[in-house]
Design a protein around this ligand. Structure first.
Ligand SMILES: NC(=O)c1ccc[n+]([C@@H]2O[C@H](COP(=O)([O-])OP(=O)(O)OC[C@H]3O[C@@H](n4cnc5c(N)ncnc54)[C@H](O)[C@@H]3O)[C@@H](O)[C@H]2O)c1
Ligand SMILES: O=C(O)[C@H](O)[C@H](O)COP(=O)(O)O
Length: 382
């Protein structure tokens, strides 16, 4: 069996090695000729899988994308061709949730405004939005959720396990921080393309922090430049950009934390993503899933950490930085995004960060530690 996989997908050899011969490719430059006689295609978000790319794929039996988003896949075409497809919903949700939470702690420190007193609005309450909600609630932060799609589903199903949703206008009026977690959609009543256009951006209340970790085009980036140039009070965290891999150069200096679409890049998230594709292929081929995610992950560099007293917000940030220091990626991004292929180079060579769960805290049973376990850290006996 011939397997073609994006060069930026870890663990393909460990998981798929016994199933066939693996060829690694640059996902952005993949050509139709490279898919002749190929059985399995494994991609990330940079590969547009459509009729044009698959024109010479004479024996393709499976396409997998190790991502949550599917906007790069022509799902209708795959269905017409009877080619089974899977993505990896939820694989990197924890990574994105923790990324946004850490970014908020960083902003709080930089601007000397404790996160504890803020109200956070989450737009899109699916996998990544819920992962952020989970972190914020563990830390005792008030959260407002906007998700008209889930709100309607909840009303239609009459589900008693309900969550409260508010409108986007309420979020804009009431939230001090807004974090975006929607898919990119171009049509329909819930379309998210330019959801934050110039009018919406101008409505943001003074000193709002706006984070985008979903898709660049959810914010009109040109309008964002214009608004931000007039409003120094707004603080921005952008992991995703209109026109990737070429963000508008004028926008980057206006952003507090800038990264190249790596919010989901934890080692755990990537391992889960590849493993979900492996599971699906095993199911299609009717073979046993004989490998697990936990066996793929290396031990974390710090075996355990003692927490004896209640933590200040700065101490919490310092512990979070042991797992992921956002300043490093921000620094690298500013210095490399304008270089030849800088955006993609940084993604390809990203030093995978870990998730909170990689760090074990001692003293479980004490209230100082218990809430951090809810946040996602692991606990061990002394
Ligand atoms: N930066 C990264 O590295 C990274 C990582 C993972 C996902 N993503 C992006 O983030 C998006 C969200 O990921 P997810 O796993 O949370 O997806 P998801 O499908 O689990 O959740 C998205 C939620 O958005 C809601 N939604 C749709 N339209 C909306 C609207 N107009 N207003 C408010 N809510 C709306 C949906 O109902 C859904 O609950 C993905 O589609 C992907 O594009 C980016
Ligand atoms: O949709 C997703 O899951 C993310 O945007 C994904 O993490 C992007 O990373 P890529 O697949 O481009 O490596």
């Amino acid at each position: 069996m011939k397997i073609v996989a994006d060069e930026n997908m870890p663990y393909v050899e460990a998981l798929f090695g016994e199933l066939g011969e693996i060829t690694r490719v640059n996902g952005r430059q993949l050509t139709p000729e490279q898919l002749v006689d190929v059985d399995v295609l494994l991609v990330r978000s940079v590969t547009k899988v459509n009729q044009q790319l698959l024109a010479q794929a004479n024996q393709l039996k499976f396409v997998g994308s190790a991502t949550i988003g599917t906007d790069h896949i022509d799902l209708d075409y795959l269905q017409q061709q009877n080619i089974p497809f899977t993505n990896a919903p939820g694989c990197n949700a924890t990574a994105v949730g923790e990324f946004a939470f850490i970014a908020m702690l960083e902003l709080a420190k930089r601007f000397k405004q404790p996160l504890q007193n803020k109200v956070v609005g989450i737009v899109g309450a699916g996998n990544t939005g819920s992962a952020l909600e989970h972190c914020l609630k563990a830390y005792g932060i008030e959260v407002l959720l906007c998700d008209p799609v889930l709100a309607r589903e909840q009303t239609q199903t009459g589900n008693s396990n309900t969550r409260e949703f508010v409108s986007l206008d309420t979020i804009i009026e009431q939230a001090d921080i807004i974090s975006l977690h929607v898919p990119i959609t171009r049509v329909g009543e819930d379309k998210t393309w330019y959801m934050f256009d110039e009018t919406r951006l101008n409505q943001l209340k003074p000193n709002t922090w706006l984070l985008n970790c979903c898709r660049g085009e959810v914010i009109d980036n040109r309008a964002l430049i214009k608004v931000k140039q007039q409003r120094a009070d707004l603080k921005l965290v952008l992991d995703v950009w209109e026109g990737e891999p070429n963000p508008m150069p004028e926008l980057v200096p206006l952003v507090e934390f800038a990264t190249p679409h790596i919010a989901g890049y934890s080692l755990e998230g990537k391992a889960r993503g590849t493993h979900m594709l492996f599971q699906k292929l095993c199911e299609i081929m009717n073979i046993d899933v004989d490998k697990s995610v936990s066996n793929l992950l290396p031990a974390f560099s710090i075996s355990k950490l003692d927490i004896n007293d209640a933590l200040s917000e700065t101490q919490l940030l310092n512990i979070a930085r042991l797992v992921y220091n956002l300043n490093d990626d921000d620094y690298l991004f500013r210095n490399s995004f304008l270089n030849n292929h800088g955006f993609d180079h940084m993604r390809k060579n990203h030093t995978h960060r870990r998730e909170f769960s990689a760090l074990s805290l001692v003293n479980t049973g004490q209230s100082e530690v218990n809430w951090m376990l809810k946040l996602g850290f692991s606990g061990v006996e002394r």
